[in-house]
Design a protein around this ligand. Structure first.
Ligand code: HCA
Ligand code: CU
Length: 320
């Protein structure tokens, strides 16, 4: 049962940069990266160094800070991008390419065979340039790709023995916990590799899907602070923490500096010009507010009657 040994890939500075309100300055990025590292996430994922000269400079700058979290950069499966990414000094590179018929037809225009050939070239190149770099290969829109296509792609890439981790992405938020569980299981059995899950929240399943991925043996989950990202975003860091804390509070308390979560949320909210939603996991203003008389009375006798998260662990207080 999760949480077994898993890592958070915190993508506020990549997926979160794709949020409509986000336009981080270099200083913002350094401040957020430091706050994420202080909270204790295992990985920080940064926007592709190919997105702009500033992204490239910021990537190199953050990679050189010596943070406690590993720094990853994220690229399209493209030789030009790979050549730039190996020079950023990042600890790892996340490579992604679309495999659904939508993306093959309307985005990059490649067949599955061409996807396999291109990924083979790109991944082999990165590994030969920087054998020590942590390399992840993922398909985009995995949950609208056929299982046949996915298995062909992952089997071919697995044979190269250059990848440290495989990812699956629910790019459009269509997956359910059951479909995530099944795909992660199949992939894990096929590759025996570490598996990462990236889930969008269009239908409100991102946290449950991430948890199902962990139950199926996934080792890495992507999050962003407040869930920011394309459209309505991905798995919120706070929601994943709440879910895991509810199962095993001790290991979550040990792994992360939970007291810093609220300030981290406030920092990102300020930088992207939003409020922390009132009903947000852990840090929303009503998360520890009790109103009904019956609840209030019982809470005063024993808070656990109506609380599975202890606000004190997060440096927060309850209101009655
Ligand atoms: C996107 C790409 C991505 C990539 C996820 C990943 C997605 O559409 O911007 O590399 O794990 O959701 O598929 O964010
Ligand atoms: Cu995404």
């Amino acid at each position: 049962m999760p949480p077994h040994d898993f890592s958070i890939i915190e993508s506020t500075l990549r997926e979160g940069e794709q949020f409509v309100g986000a336009d981080f300055t270099s200083e913002d990025k350094v401040e957020i990266a430091q706050a994420l590292a202080d909270f204790g996430v295992e990985y920080i994922e940064l926007t592709s160094p190919c997105a702009s000269p500033r992204s490239r400079a910021d990537c190199a700058r953050i990679a050189s800070l010596g943070l406690d979290s590993k720094v990853l950069t994220h690229i399209r499966c493209h030789m030009d991008d790979a050549r730039i990414a190996v020079d950023t000094g990042a600890d790892g590179i996340d490579v992604v390419i679309g495999t659904s018929s939508y993306l093959r037809e309307f985005s990059h225009g490649k067949s599955i065979d061409q996807v396999i050939d291109l990924a083979t070239d790109v991944l082999t190149f990165i590994h030969s340039e920087s054998p020590e770099i942590e390399l992840r290969f993922s398909t985009e829109d995995s949950f609208r790709s056929t299982q046949d296509d996915l298995l062909r792609v992952y089997t071919a890439i697995n044979k190269l023995e250059v990848v440290d981790r495989f990812g699956v992405a629910d790019t459009v938020g269509i997956a359910s916990p059951k479909s995530v569980y099944d795909l992660v299981r199949i992939l894990h059995e096929l590759t025996h590799a570490n598996i990462e899950f990236h889930g969008h929240n269009d239908t409100g399943c991102a946290i449950a899907n991430s948890y199902a991925a962990l139950e199926a043996g996934a080792t890495h989950i992507d999050t962003t602070v407040l869930g920011i990202g394309e459209r309505n975003g991905i798995t919120p860091l706070e929601g994943l923490i709440a879910r895991l804390y509810a199962i095993e509070p001790d290991s979550v308390r040990t792994k992360y500096r939970l007291h810093r979560l609220h300030d981290l949320n406030q920092l990102v909210a300020d930088r992207v010009g939003i409020e922390i939603p009132f009903n947000h996991y852990i840090t929303g203003v009503t998360a520890f507010t009790h109103k009904a008389g019956i609840h209030a009375k019982a809470i005063l006798n024993n808070p656990e009657t109506y609380e599975i998260l202890d606000p004190a662990d997060f440096g927060l207080t309850r209101y009655i």
